[in-house]
Design a protein around this ligand. Structure first.
Ligand code: IPM
Ligand code: MG
Length: 360
């Protein structure tokens, strides 16, 4: 059966890196993958064209797709949009919410070739392989009440950090199962010394633990987790946490691997449908200049093949191709120590495609 893939390039460097992903999908089709590829607008690009960051036709196409590949959204161009509900980021958050993509997998994997590019000493990061499991459709990002209003003559802004037991349990199960498939260690990150909502979070994780006797569960406060990530990151295997803590910790973890330009992510719902995107943002400062690293996006294609399309062999072929170009010493500017020798987005895409073809 032909499966449907929707490309949402978005803003900033999104279109450039999505082009490289589209070429890679073409190579997969040549290798026998039976997919239909469509494109639609999201984020600032959609706002400019239709006045909405998530136009109804885009959402419909996303619902109908087996998997969505998203570039990045946002940029200073839309900072002046006063209505927060029309900001590019709302396009992304709307997709996550409407598709029920509660399970966000953010691997922080160090390619050995890039140990020198890490912000930490090579011995602290060599062999680093962490999986951050971030809850993506709840918590303070979506809690009500929220807003800004006038109280006693001053403006007040407020958000609500809320999780129900069922929401915690379902992300907990994703994380426990992930730990079973990996090193058997799960660290749940909370702020249970201060926030009731995360006391409940910790309780639920504890309640689930006996069902996964092969997983060693530990707990850590988020401030300590931030410190441990930059002090001794290899102590972590799987980390599970809520939406906002996961947003912050995953950026920190990404940098340990040399560049945030390397890290893909998967966001899955209960039926296995997924959206796949690089962890980095739209990088407006380098947009349109053939400078962006397309590897996180190309590795997101690999995650899509693995998690939503069940095409493990093709996923592995892409990952091996990326390893190969790094072995060959090819680096985009974010990874290169000698920027004069850095190659561009398209040249990096060419190199991955070539390495991919050679593995046939
Ligand atoms: C991410 C991003 C988004 C988030 C933004 C763009 C809304 O930072 O995917 O980590 O905060 O979730
Ligand atoms: Mg983020």
């Amino acid at each position: 059966m032909t499966r449907k893939v929707l490309l949402l390039p978005g803003d900033g460097i999104g279109p450039e890196i999505t082009d490289q992903a589209a070429r890679l999908l073409g190579a997969c089709q040549t290798a026998g993958l039976d997919i239909d590829v469509e494109k639609a607008l999201v984020g600032g690009a959609a706002y400019d064209a239709h006045g909405e960051p998530l136009p109804a036709p885009t959402l419909e196409k996303a619902r109908a797709a087996d998997a969505v590949l998203l570039g990045a959204v946002g940029g200073p161009k839309w900072d002046a949009v006063e209505d927060l509900s029309k900001r590019p980021e709302k396009g992304l958050l709307g997709l996550r919410k409407h598709l029920g993509l509660f399970g966000n997998l953010r691997p922080a994997l160090l390619y050995p070739q890039l140990a020198e590019a890490s912000s930490l000493k090579p011995e602290l990061v060599s062999g680093l392989d962490i999986m951050i499991v971030r809850e993506l459709t709840g918590g303070i990002y979506f809690g009500h009440p929220r807003g800004t209003e006038e109280r006693d003559g001053e403006r007040v802004g407020y958000n609500t950090y809320v999780y129900g037991e069922a929401e915690i349990e379902r992300i907990g199960r994703v994380a426990f199962e992930m730990a079973q498939k990996r090193g058997g260690k799960l660290c749940s990150v909370d702020k249970a010394n201060v926030l009731e909502v995360t006391m409940l979070w910790r309780d639920v994780m504890e309640r689930l633990a006996p069902e996964y006797p092969d997983v060693e569960l530990s707990h850590m406060y988020v401030d300590n987790a931030a410190m441990q990530l930059v002090r001794a990151p290899k102590q972590f295997d799987v980390v599970v946490t809520g939406n906002m803590f996961g947003d912050i910790l995953s950026d920190a973890a990404a940098m340990l691997t040399g560049s945030i330009g390397m890290l893909p992510s998967a966001s899955l719902n209960e039926s296995g449908q997924g959206m796949f995107e690089p962890c980095h943002g739209s990088a407006p400062d380098i947009a349109g200049r053939d400078l962006a690293n397309p590897l996180a996006m190309m590795l997101s294609v690999a995650m899509m093949l693995r998690y939503s399309l069940g095409e493990t062999a093709l996923a592995e072929r892409i990952e091996a191709a990326v390893g190969r170009v790094l072995d060959d010493g090819l680096r985009t500017a974010d990874l290169a120590d000698d920027s004069a020798r850095a190659i561009g987005t398209r040249a990096m895409g060419d190199a991955v495609l070539e390495a991919f073809a050679q593995q046939a």
